[in-house]
Design a protein around this ligand. Structure first.
Ligand code: SPV
Ligand code: MG
Length: 433
């Protein structure tokens, strides 16, 4: 008997009775083919799935209403539909509104070509992946689970987007901010604990005078109220012999990665024009620090990222490339190639060459001085992680200066009211339930 073909696209990361209801309904129309979204497809519009494709496939193919499974590589159904030419597509009616509306329209248009039909059963109430996810998040934010999240993001996203956080409030902005753009939800993937902004917040220079115990105390404040991964800026990592204890503290608090830079002597921030006093470490000596971190970390998912300062101190690309290979062989999980140029040209020429090296590793960019660069161009040039290293503090500082000045000038605070958050909002900013 020639059974009708029914196509159901789904992510099926967290299975609940809504999925079963839908598949049951679909099976009443014919043989159900599930277009299972790949990990990349899911990551393109929401977070990385909890279960990878293989695992999700095992679950779905054992549901009795399902005949077979094919991967759906994009959010868009059309290429799979063209291949299969199903008689029906079945989807919950929730996609008539919101981000999936366009996808729905494209499905309707494609189905028309072979007189296929869209069936939209009512969405099962009071249950959704998001509801379950919220519950799971409470568990996954435990330190031991949080550490590995950055690595998973790096494996599944074209670019991991990190923003500087210097206290719990900025951590919460990074945690919660979401925008809709071109049918996609955009958000930050995690936080950067910057030595520059953490020190500045404490009124101290970025020269390691804020010691690691103080830095970790700020970090713990952020970890208390957030769930996203955090990358810790450890300057040059300090003494080789002390590194295992730093790593122990970082892993215990749930940080996902440490970045160490190949400089020695009194630390100066890399963005200063004059780098006369700045010295780079010998590559072999710095490599020992990387090895030490690798051997002392408890989780293999805790990442060590080596930061190359060759361009900062005025050495050329060959020095940077040589170091990248040494650091990579020593076990670095990724390489940050730093630059204080106005354009990304030098880091792009580095990436072009390093990507051909058999020891090539994922690349990290910190576009502070070359801020005109778009994320899409970083991706094109082989970068996997972008760190916006200081923008939240730079935004807050002038706003606070202005408020302080206006009150002085006017002898009252009325004039600044419109520029500052209303009292009603500030007292409710942090939920207390
Ligand atoms: C930081 O944010 O502290 C950094 C990046 O290390 S930079 O300021 O460019 O050195
Ligand atoms: Mg720093």
């Amino acid at each position: 008997m020639n059974k009708k073909k029914v196509y159901v696209g789904m992510a099926a990361d967290i299975i609940h009775e809504g999925h079963i209801n839908l598949l049951k309904k679909a099976s009443q129309y014919g043989e159900v083919i599930v277009g299972l979204l790949t990990d990349k497809a899911i990551s393109s519009y929401k977070g990385v799935p909890y279960l990878d494709f293989k695992r999700r496939k095992i679950i779905i193919q054992n549901i009795k209403y399902v005949k077979r499974i094919i991967p759906q590589e994009t959010l868009d159904y059309v290429s799979n539909l063209k291949k299969i030419k199903p008689n029906y597509v079945v989807h919950g009616d929730d996609w008539k509104k919101g981000v999936q509306k366009k996808t729905r329209n494209r499905v309707i248009k494609a189905l028309k070509k072979w007189s296929g039909k869209l069936i939209e059963p009512a969405y099962t109430k009071n249950i959704s992946s998001s509801i379950i996810k919220e519950k799971i998040l409470e568990i996954t934010s435990l330190p031991q689970n949080r550490v590995s999240r950055l690595k998973r993001l790096m494996n599944n996203k074209s670019l991991v987007r990190i923003l500087e956080s210097h206290n719990s409030l900025t951590g919460l902005i990074i945690e919660n901010l979401k925008i809709q753009k071109k049918n996609m939800t955009k958000e930050y993937d995690g936080m950067w604990s910057s030595s520059l902004t953490d020190s500045a917040t404490k009124g101290k220079p970025d020269n390691s005078s804020v010691d690691f115990s103080s830095r970790i105390s700020s970090l713990n404040d952020m970890m208390d109220v957030t769930t996203k991964p955090l990358i810790f800026d450890a300057d040059n990592g300090g003494q080789l012999e002390h590194l295992p204890f730093l790593i122990r503290s970082l892993e215990r608090s749930g940080a996902s990665a440490i970045i160490i830079e190949d400089k020695v002597g009194l630390k100066r921030n890399s963005l200063f024009k004059n780098q006369k006093g700045t010295k780079q470490d010998k590559p072999e000596i710095f490599a020992k620090k990387i090895k030490k971190i690798c051997s002392s970390r408890q989780s293999k998912d805790f990442m060590v990222i080596a930061r190359i300062e060759s361009f900062i101190v005025g050495k050329g690309i060959n020095d940077a490339l040589k170091r990248a290979e040494v650091y990579s062989k020593a076990g670095a999980d990724a390489i940050l190639i730093h630059s204080k140029e106005k354009s990304p040209a030098e880091i792009f020429s580095f990436s072009k060459k390093f990507r051909k090296n058999k020891y090539s590793k994922p690349l990290v960019a910190v576009p502070s001085t070359y801020s005109k660069v778009y994320e899409k161009d970083l991706i094109k040039n082989g970068f996997k992680l972008v760190i916006y290293a200081n923008q939240l503090l730079r935004a807050a500082y002038p706003a606070m200066q202005l408020a302080a000045k206006k009150i002085l000038e006017n002898g009252r605070s009325f004039e600044i009211e419109k520029k500052i958050i209303p009292i009603k909002e500030i007292i409710n900013l942090i939920k207390n339930d």
